[in-house]
Ligand binder design. Sequence first.
Ligand SMILES: [Zn+2]
Length: 155
Amino acid sequence: MVNIGAITTAVSGSVGVLKEIGSIAKRAGNREINEHLLDLQQRIIEVQGLLTELISENETLRRRIAELENAAKTEGELKFEESAYWMVRDGKRFDGPLCPNCWDDKRKSVHLTPNESRGLYYCGVCKSGPFIIGEDKRASIAFVSSGPSKFNEVL
Ligand SMILES: [Zn+2]
């Protein structure tokens, strides 16, 4: 891996060396060398600016890689059951239910929120639902067909 800090130090050191050479050329009265040194100094300052942009872009890419690695790790443990996703390890659920729409669309793991009615869940982010989850499916289905829920009225 490239050590960006070492590059920054080297470039900054180059500017210092150029300043020294510039003052020597000035004392010697060599105007031509001094002009070329000023040009070179300006170019190194441009390189410093580009290096700062590169460092920023590198940090952004590192964060994105970490997000993607995390999503890939999550996806490896994700299982779709009962109309939602669950985190499953060694055959056992350890997290969920998670919104299928948020995961399928944006790879975001968003917990579904239970409604007052047992077995009904909604997503607080994409507002999808109800998702019918759990043992009490019959009662939940009857509740859904009886009209809009409080959750939908709020929207
Ligand atoms: Zn959602």
